[in-house]
Design a protein around this ligand. Sequence first.
Ligand SMILES: [Zn+2]
Ligand SMILES: [Zn+2]
Length: 286
Amino acid sequence: MVISFFSCCPPLFVLALVAGGYYSYVIEFCLLYLVGVTKKIIYITIYHFMLVMFTWSFFSTMCSGHDDIPDEYRLTPSENERLLSYKEYDADQILKKIVNLRKLEINTCAPNSRIRYCKECTQIKPDRTHHCSSCKRCIMKMDHHCPWVGNCVGFNNYKQFVLTLLYATIWCTFYVGTVAEYIIEIWRDIQNSVNKIILGTGLLVIGLSGVLSSFLFFYHVGLLTRNETTLESLRETTFREDNLTFDLGKWNNFVTVFGDNICCWFIPTDTAIGNGHEFTVNRLIG
Ligand SMILES: [Zn+2]
Ligand SMILES: [Zn+2]
């Protein structure tokens, strides 16, 4: 796989931020500035724990593979050739016949009521699947392509992505919360202007990162409680039948992504329930 230089830049920027934050916090702040061994040990231990959880979640999201869409959604070369020779309406009739014949559980369609089909992958798109132009393939329950992790966020790594945002928020808040308490003293006490700049810049950059990650975290908590992806929040899903929704209620929506084992909720592993191409739908009342 050819990884372009530009696609590597955002993840490298995040890792540079982590490395810079580590130096300014652990070396400059805890080891060189803080007084009192107990405080040093407590701060460094908490910092390392959160750093491990953040980097674990970050790399889990980044390195996660995406399951292949089952073969029954794929068209044979002859079916695809036939499809391309027909006009749009007739092509859609063929797709509907294939969906019925293969008993594919498809509840959504394009806004014009046609079956969603991916020309690049020559396959019928399962519900919530979208083609990613960066990954050059269809991704099940695609949320969005995230340049910061250099990977698509979808069915297999959404939980890991939300945990990345959670741990980034906690980590940044801890950094700012502990350093801000001393910032006036640091400015007054430290004579070396290089150390001042390192700590001041660290506080500013990590503070801004914390604001951004907390905003994204709470945005995704909102999506999670509605069982919605970022793409679905931007463009309304069209169902083949009226009054259908993927929203199963807050608790069930949470469990479908995070699993029903509480011990795994805060660990960045894939615990999503389901297969990624068939989803339970709820019928709206009224
Ligand atoms: Zn595709
Ligand atoms: Zn992608």
